[in-house]
Design a protein around this ligand. Structure first.
Ligand code: ADP
Ligand code: MG
Length: 682
């Protein structure tokens, strides 16, 4: 590592202790850090033609003053000045906040240049900079940096210019020549210089390409190296399943598998047979038929003489799965058992003993399955359904118990491919992207709160046909913080509305699990026709007779969650409906409701959601595991991400990558991440 670049920023003129501290706050300590402090946007002072600009764009235009400025003062030291400018053939309103002293400088018929945000509807510009006369002094295209405290843009630019002058030519290349040539990328020093001192947006675009690729490649290398390590360090089980039995089992299913299901079954089987441990994510939209794929995989393991486990997030779901798998496997002499925390005493002891003795083939339950006192005889395959929560920690638990089973994660939350290969980069991904034939699409409508009467009338009409309905609310109880409908109130009002014509039940997370079960059971048995609930019904629940899903305050839910909720209906042969009651305030909010009404495809929903919300919000900040990139943007640069992933996968498989000096800088990143030991120099 070049030592000049590792010097403190304090060697630069103008940077004392105080400034150094502010910079350190932004993780800028060395000259190298400073050189790599990328602008987050650029100010483009080149004059624009109003005919080509977009709403809310930041623009610079030149115009002639067309009216006396009018000034309004308000509050303490606050003011708003407006003045009309003739820009080309347009008459534009310039709005200037808190700079009353400019009034005397603005003279009718004189030329001014203004920079600011354009409001297309009002034909107005909110001015952030104003210059008098035709030519603005200085560069036409300038970088804008994040700042802290008393740091100014002017100084930041100066520090960076100084650092470049002194040490810019010492910046090292990090990418191997082969890749640089392949993608015709500028070298690192050159590209960095352009990022800081560009002449045009086109320059920036070229330089940016390089850093996007560099960041993605470094990240994907870590993922791919991790995957390689995991494979090498935890050898899997070669499972010799019985293909003839498996074929007979699939043959006997009440329906033919879809093409996508067949493909995924094959991917799973080849993992089971391979000496590597399976670490696979299976994505498939609600209703795409993941359960039967899981069943086939579990059966394969059993025919190979091992046990399987199916883990689900809730007890209700565990019971549903246990019941349907028992029925499915009964004719084959495969023993399935349910284990949840409500199974206690003698029954529990028996299950645990039989499991340890290898007399139970498939165990179904919540994720307590693999913890607690549960010991398998020969565990071969673990499937987790509908959750991302089963992670590194649980896999460690399994390893420590001496089990090294193949693991398959199933999720009905379609994750856009870009995110999937980022967040789950070290996993293999299978996708069921085809629905079983004959599925009716769910009709989705967006209604305003004042249309509630019509919505209720519609529900009543469906209920009279003998169908059932879900009504979902965001919260359990009234909260003075949030003005949202709550399940308890909504339940009360629906009980009142339907009188004794139909029964409405109430379900929420604060009920005891036995109470929840009872409500679910009576809904499934059609003893209650309307189920008012919080989102606890979100996952997996299957009541085919329910054809209406009404969601209150739908704007409060994520799109993926709305899609999940919608998936609770449309499970039978009747036409189903989803009604979103929502009063979104923002354009984005309205756009989200529209997306829901326009598509039934979970992947489309999630791609759009990602575009609207950005990757950080997509999973919720806390557990996102999404790395922060300085330059790259996973959503907009997804092609580069895919390319980098392919390159990284090839690299980690090549010998040159691990040995040749050409790749030393890339290996450095792996050493930092603890995935590779550094060479010792003693
Ligand atoms: P999910 O992927 O949401 O878990 P399920 O596995 O619950 O979906 O399947 C939804 C329904 O579709 C079930 O009733 C299942 O029996 C049925 N199903 C699954 N695969 C097929 C298929 N290939 N053809 C017809 N119906 C299928
Ligand atoms: Mg399922």
């Amino acid at each position: 590592m070049n030592t000049n670049l590792m010097q403190s920023v304090k060697i630069l003129k103008g940077i004392g202790d105080e400034t150094a501290e502010l910079l350190a706050d932004m993780n800028i300590v060395t000259i190298k850090d400073l050189l790599e402090h990328f602008p987050y946007r650029y100010e483009d002072y080149r004059l624009r033609d109003l005919a080509d600009v977009k709403h809310e764009e930041r623009i610079t235009v030149e115009g002639k003053v067309h009216s006396e400025p009018s000034l309004a003062r308000f509050g303490k030291n606050k003011s708003r000045m407006t003045v009309r400018l003739l820009v080309g053939r347009y008459l534009v309103q310039a709005i200037i906040f808190n700079q009353p002293y400019l009034r005397s400088k603005i003279k009718i018929s004189e030329t001014v240049t203004v920079t600011g945000k354009w409001d297309q509807h009002r034909m107005a510009i909110t001015v952030s900079e104003m210059h008098f006369g035709e030519n603005r002094a200085g560069k036409m295209f300038e970088p804008v940096y994040t700042l802290r405290g008393s740091l100014t843009m002017k100084n930041m630019r100066k520090y960076i210019a100084q650092a470049f002058e002194l040490y810019g030519n010492e910046l090292e290349e990090t990418l191997p020549q082969g890749l640089i040539a392949k993608y015709r990328l500028p070298n690192r020093g050159e590209a960095l210089k352009i990022m800081h001192f560009p002449d045009t947006p086109e320059d920036v675009k070229k330089a940016r390409r390089r850093f996007v690729y560099e960041e993605f490649l470094a990240f994907q290398l870590k993922m791919q190296a991790l995957r390689k390590l995991e494979r090498e360090q935890s050898p899997g089980i070669v499972q010799q399943y019985d293909l003839a039995k498996l074929k007979a089992f699939i043959e006997a299913l009440p329906f033919p598998l879809t093409g996508a299901q067949k493909r995924v079954v094959n991917e799973i089987l080849s993992d089971l047979k391979s000496p590597y441990r399976m670490n696979r994510l299976l994505q498939g939209d609600v209703g795409s038929g993941k359960t039967v794929v899981a069943a086939i995989g579990l059966y394969a393991t059993v025919t190979g003489g091992r046990q399987g486990a199916l883990m689900v997030p809730t007890e209700i779901l565990a019971e549903q799965h246990a019941a349907s798998l028992k029925e499915l496997f009964d004719p084959y002499g495969v023993r399935c058992e349910l284990l949840t925390s409500s199974i206690k005493g003698k029954a529990r002891k028996e299950i645990l003993a039989d499991l340890a003795a290898g007399e139970i083939d498939i165990l179904i339950g919540t994720h307590a399955l693999i913890q607690e006192e549960v010991a398998f005889h020969r565990l071969g395959f673990v499937i987790t359904d509908e959750q991302h929560r089963f992670g590194v920690e649980q896999r460690r638990v399994l390893r420590e118990k001496g089990e090294n089973p193949d693991v398959l994660f199933m999720t009905a939350t379609p994750i856009p491919r870009t995110l999937a290969i980022t967040v789950f980069g070290e996993m293999d991904v299978s996708i069921i992207d085809e629905m079983p034939a004959g599925r009716k699409t769910i009709e989705t409508y967006w209604a305003r709160q004042d249309m509630l009467d019509r919505v209720l009338a519609f529900m009543e009409k469906e209920l009279r046909k003998g169908r059932q309905a879900y009504v979902i609310c965001p919260l359990i109880e009234e909260s003075d913080k949030l003005d949202v409908q709550n399940a308890i109130d909504v339940h009360a009002s629906l009980v009142h509305f339907f009188q004794d014509r139909f029964k409405a039940g109430l379900m929420h997370g604060r009920l005891h699990s036995s109470e929840k079960e009872e409500v679910m059971r009576s809904f499934a048995a059609n003893e209650i026709q309307v189920l008012v609930s919080t989102t606890v019904v979100e996952v997996g629940v299957n009541v085919p007779n329910a054809t209406v899903m009404v969601i209150y305050d739908a704007e409060r839910f994520g799109l993926a969650q709305l899609h999940q909720l919608r998936g609770r209906v449309g499970r039978g042969s009747d036409q189903s409906y989803c009604i979103l009651l929502a009063e979104p305030k923002s354009e984005v909010g309205k756009e989200r409701m529209k997306i829901m009404t326009e598509t039934n495809d979970g992947f489309v929903v999630s791609e759009k959601d990602l575009e609207l919300r950005g990757p950080g919000d997509f999973f919720g900040k806390k557990q996102s595991g999404i790395p922060e990139f300085k330059v790259a943007d996973m959503v907009h640069d997804y092609r580069a991400l895919e390319t980098a992933r392919e390159d990284a996968a090839k690299l980690v498989q090549s010998r040159a990558f691990w040995e040749s000096p050409e790749y030393a800088n890339l290996r450095e990143g792996l050493i930092e991440a603890g995935l590779l030991k550094g060479e010792k120099l003693d």
